[in-house]
Write a protein that binds this ligand. Structure first.
Ligand code: NAD
Ligand code: IPM
Ligand code: MN
Length: 356
């Protein structure tokens, strides 16, 4: 029997509501296949913990997390704690501290998901965004000069290292080669005359090792326009940290909404645990009401299963999500339904049992 140790950080707002459903799905899978076992350890870290202790995570939190095979995270951030404190104190700390430099965010119109674009069918929205996840605009470098003086100036410095750019771009080329897909780089060298000129140069350099991969390069503003007008232009997409953040919310919007967008923060070398989480945040506007859509968190579970090598189960979870959406009997309000978060989770498990 294979046991996988999972650290569960449910976090803030709707985090605990959606994570409970993902954990339920993993437990159901281990019941359906006794060869697979998951051991869950819950950590209470997040904004409530901060209010009580002045810290977002225990002092030895990263040491504790290191021992796990994966981290399953809900959402971080809640009114009352400044976002830059909560996010840098927990989510970004983990992504950086565990060198999870690959953020894999599928933008795929699943069967049964509603697309707000006119005349677009499922075959036209099927991409994987490979977002740089460790540096770039999120380097955390900067300065605040002449505070509260008329000459006050703030600097937010993007840091693009050769190592950082090469490894993410190479990862994306590998995905494109393996899947026989095109690779599109999204950047902005016309205005960002250091970082994005460098990015484009490395995209071209690394590309010499992949003559079999057809490539495209878009400016981020035009890319956003084409996400909406002609999403079929994109297959594998590689982009910087901030641009990846922005285009994946846009990607969520065209493929079923924030309630259906999943992400995996991967440390490919497996020196540290990787982290699986929905793309959405803590959604304070609907927290505590049972309205949160758990499908994004459940799709992240599918990514975790793939990561552990159980691709068969990963696909089954995705199929189950699709069946639940096609049946339209158990959906949360964001998808036009009246079901509660836990009822949608139960529905996914029911279908999984049928598929097993
Ligand atoms: P958000 O993603 O929390 O919410 C945006 C909108 O989408 C809201 O109207 C919300 O109700 C809706 N929504 C999001 N997830 C949903 C779901 N599963 N089901 C149904 N509706 C859903 O973004 P925001 O409001 O900009 O941010 C709220 C807080 O979350 C902030 O503190 C922000 O910093 C934080 N945040 C955290 C993460 C993370 O932990 N990964 C990601 C994004 C935002
Ligand atoms: C995301 C979030 C985070 C990011 C925030 C909360 C720091 O928006 O995971 O998409 O920008 O990466
Ligand atoms: Mn985001």
């Amino acid at each position: 029997m294979n046991t996988h140790k999972i650290a569960v950080i449910a976090g803030d707002g709707i985090g605990p509501e959606v994570i409970a459903e993902g954990v339920k799905v993993l437990k159901a899978i281990s019941e359906l296949n006794p060869e697979i076992n998951f051991e869950f350890t819950e950590f209470p870290w997040g904004c409530e913990y901060y209010v009580k202790t002045g810290k977002m995570i225990a002092d030895d939190g990263m040491e504790q997390l290191k021992k796990f095979d994966a981290i399953y995270l809900g959402a971080v951030g809640y009114p009352g704690v400044p976002d830059h404190i909560s996010l840098w104190g927990l989510l970004l700390k983990i992504r950086k501290g565990f060198d999870q430099y690959v953020n894999l965010r599928p933008v795929r119109l699943l069967e049964g998901a509603e697309c707000p674009l006119k005349g677009v069918d499922r075959s036209q929205i099927d991409m994987i965004v490979v977002r740089e996840n460790s540096e770039g605009e999120y380097a955390g470098a900067g300065d605040w000069l002449f505070k509260d003086k008329p000459e006050e100036v703030v600097l937010q410095t993007g840091v693009f290292s050769r190592k950082g750019c090469e490894r993410i771009i190479r990862y994306a080329y590998e995905v494109a080669r393996k899947e026989g897909k095109t690779l599109t780089s999204i950047s902005k060298a016309n205005a960002l005359n250091y970082s994005m000129v460098f990015w484009d140069q490395i995209f071209e350099e690394v590309g010499k090792e992949y003559p079999d991969v057809k490539t495209y390069s878009y400016l981020v503003d035009a890319a956003c326009m084409f996400f909406v007008k002609q999403p079929e232009r994109f297959q594998v997409v590689v982009t910087s940290n901030l641009f990846g953040d922005i285009v994946t919310d846009l990607g969520a919007a065209i493929s079923g909404g924030m309630g259906l967008a999943a992400g995996a923060n991967i440390n490919p070398e497996r020196t540290y645990p990787s982290m699986f989480e929905p793309v959405h945040g803590s959604a304070p506007d609907i927290a505590g009401q049972g309205k949160a859509n758990p499908l994004a968190a459940i799709w992240s579970v599918s990514q975790m299963l793939d990561f552990f090598g159980y691709e068969n189960w990963g696909s089954k979870v995705l199929n189950a999500i699709e069946k639940v959406m096609v049946e339209r009997k158990h959906l949360t309000p964001d998808m036009g339904g009246t079901s509660k978060t836990n009822e949608v989770g139960d529905a996914v498990i029911e279908v999984l049992k049928r598929l097993a």
